[in-house]
Ligand binder design. Sequence first.
Ligand SMILES: [Zn+2]
Length: 150
Amino acid sequence: MSNWKYKLYQFMQGRYGFDAFGQFLIIASAVIILLSNFIHLRFVYLAGLALLIYAYFRIVSRNIYKRQKENQKYLAIRAKFSRKKSGGSVNNWQQGNTGYGQGAAGGRNENAQYNFYRCRNCGQTVRVPKGKGTIKITCPSCGNSFVDRT
Ligand SMILES: [Zn+2]
């Protein structure tokens, strides 16, 4: 481990770190600060800056319990939004993201050109074109790779 990494590691001991809410705060603050360049309103810039400081404060915070509560609240709000967007069905959205769902929708002809493998690590179905010989297949879901014949 290089020196600065070790120092960072020591610094982060017992501190909260990064989570989904922290990621949202960073992105939101970046967007607001960027926007403030166009609208020229000082309080917009300050609001973005405040969000950024808050995001940083959460990362180094030692009150892990409170930060986790914040993150849970954020995730609950986000889940509500994604349900609204997809018209009341979260399941639909998840299916659309799997390779298997796309292959099945493509019909018989498309299925004839592909083999389906189940990832040994997470169970995700991976679609691979037929007749490529022995290839390395990387799972899009978990990043696990395995070698197989197609
Ligand atoms: Zn996997």
